[in-house]
Design a protein around this ligand. Structure first.
Ligand code: UDP
Length: 327
């Protein structure tokens, strides 16, 4: 297939492009390189540009006859979304609408959307399935939820078929060591821990030890980026198999919650093999962090036939550690 990957020079997008190209698809990457990196766009044809540039979208869709679009281009920092909501609604909502309207006018009918657990807000129960109420508590989650609704409406009105995939905690890296996470600033637990191990930062701060969990630290559902990409590939297959799928949404996690302390312990034993040690300091809770966020991914397993391969922390951290050692 001929596939446009918006945000294909970013963390999850770059892994997806590699997988698609390896599977024989032709991929055009559209990325403004605001949070992505040219070096991560090693596969596919990179077009540097922004979804806010309508003329660019016009020419891109005119020159290429796309069969499907995967959309990873978004701002995704919760804290930043609270201080810069305009940026989040403009990029995550308005720019996505530009892309969707272009697809509709060019009759491109398959769309895969990176959504998030943040659309659910404070969990009312756990694990979180697709029936859980969606009440986001920050502009990031709200911006993604708007597009989920847009996709339902576009399916009815314009026949645009889509799958929204709600990631829980994306992590890990390309097992071959070519791709990985490099956010700036980095805010995610696993890369921060590994930076503390490699010496790129002094320590890792545990954000709160007074949560109602077994060891008092927050529990999250860490899902390997390769497993996320596999779900996208299966979602694409589901779209092509059923020409009138409408708008579907699935939660993606590995179903196992791990606490911050468990992640630190697992990382410690992996980096110890290289003679490294992680220094841990205690901090206050981070505003807006629920105690437990774990996905119920039964629907994706049953409908898409998705099965995460990396259900423990070892490979996730080993792959991320391999990547961290490049810096
Ligand atoms: N966390 C932490 N120290 C850090 C960064 C994160 O203790 O320096 C905790 C955070 O409170 C959360 C978990 O690690 O419980 C995962 O946070 P991350 O930012 O990686 O992902 P989120 O769950 O916010 O999407």
């Amino acid at each position: 297939m001929n596939i446009l990957v918006a945000g294909g020079a970013g963390y999850v997008g770059s892994h997806m492009v590699k997988q698609l190209v390896r599977s024989g698809h032709y991929v055009v990457v559209l990325d403004n390189l605001s949070t992505g990196y040219r070096e991560l766009a090693r596969y596919g044809r990179l077009v540097v540009g922004d979804l806010g540039d309508i003329a660019l979208l016009d020419s891109l869709f005119q020159e290429n006859s796309f069969d499907a679009v995967m959309h990873f281009a978004a701002n995704s920092l919760v804290g930043e979304s609270v201080t810069h909501p305009s940026m989040y609604y403009r990029n995550n909502v308005v720019n996505t609408l530009n892309l969707l309207d272009k697809m509709v006018s060019c009759n491109v009918r398959y769309f895969i959307f990176s959504s998030t657990a943040a659309t659910f807000g404070e969990p009312e129960y756990t694990p979180i399935d697709e029936s859980h109420p969606q009440k986001p508590i920050n502009p990031y989650g709200a911006s993604k939820l708007v597009i989920e609704q847009v996709l339902r409406d576009y399916a009815v009105a314009y026949g645009l078929n889509s799958v929204s995939l709600r990631y829980f905690n994306a992590c890990g890296a390309d097992p071959e060591g070519e791709l990985g996470e490099c956010h700036d600033p980095e805010t995610h637990l696993i890369p921060l821990i590994l930076q503390a191990a490699s010496g790129r930062r002094e320590n890792i701060t545990v954000f709160g030890r007074d949560y109602p969990t077994e060891d008092g630290t927050c529990v999250r559902d860490y899902i390997h980026v390769e497993d996320l990409c596999e779900a996208h590939a299966l979602a694409l297959k589901s779209l092509t198999k059923n020409q009138a799928l409408g708008a579907r949404a699935y939660n993606l996690g590995n179903g196992n919650g791990f606490s911050v302390q468990q992640v630190i312990d697992a990382a410690q034993s992996i980096v110890a093999k290289d003679g490294k040690k992680i220094s841990v300091v205690e901090g206050d809770r981070r505003v807006g962090d629920p105690a437990v966020l774990v996905a119920d991914s039964s629907l994706a397993k049953n409908i898409l036939d998705w099965q995460p391969s990396y259900t423990d922390l070892v490979s996730i951290i080993e792959h991320a550690w391999k990547w961290e050692q490049r810096f």
